[in-house]
Write a protein that binds this ligand. Structure first.
Ligand code: 4NP
Length: 168
């Protein structure tokens, strides 16, 4: 089982979208049983909240349903529990790193956009205080990066033989 956690600040915009998009791609590839996927925020403001309505709407336009997701806060316990802890921006990464236990946990911590074929500044821009177009930009970045991430993890974990046969 490959365990992946996406982390942003609020867990209501960027990381729930990444969770929903990546899960849809995993399911589409027939790999659902091989992955455990979750998201969290470094902040505590939105614990228990559904994703931002603007993010839900952008996802819905792209056939991704985020309505069942609820915010939770990233915790030190997530280390060791997840194989990959992927931060949406440098600030999230710094907070995650500060909360790391002193002993080695086995979790790989990285910027999500390390996997983006067009990584830019390696940050997924926070759309929370911007206009609606920011949510479409985030969707583009997240879907492009998730596709490459899945491709890399399939190779790294030898899952090619478990892929759904697209010819059928
Ligand atoms: P997110 O966006 O980190 O992509 O979920 C934010 C949502 C809420 C807040 C900040 C960022 N906030 O400060 O409440």
């Amino acid at each position: 089982m490959v365990k992946v956690l996406f982390v942003c600040l609020g867990n209501i915009c960027r990381s729930p979208l990444a969770e929903g998009v990546f899960r849809a791609m995993v399911e589409d590839a027939g790999l659902g049983e091989h992955f455990s996927i979750d998201s969290a925020g470094t902040g505590s403001w939105h614990i228990g909240d559904p994703p931002d309505s603007r993010m839900i709407e952008t996802a819905r336009k792209n056939q991704i349903d985020l309505t069942g997701l609820r915010g939770r806060q990233f915790s030190r316990k997530d280390y060791g529990e997840f194989d990959y802890i992927l931060a949406m921006d440098q600030s999230n990464l710094a907070t995650i790193t500060q909360r790391a236990p002193s002993t080695e946990t086995g979790s790989t911590v990285a910027l999500f956009r390390t996997f983006d074929p067009i990584p830019g500044d390696y940050a997924v821009p926070d759309p929370y205080y911007g206009g609606p177009s920011g949510f479409d930009v985030v969707f583009e970045i997240v879907s492009r990066t998730s596709a490459r991430l899945l491709h890399e993890l399939i190779e790294l974990h030898g899952l090619e033989g478990s892929l759904r046969d697209k010819e059928q």
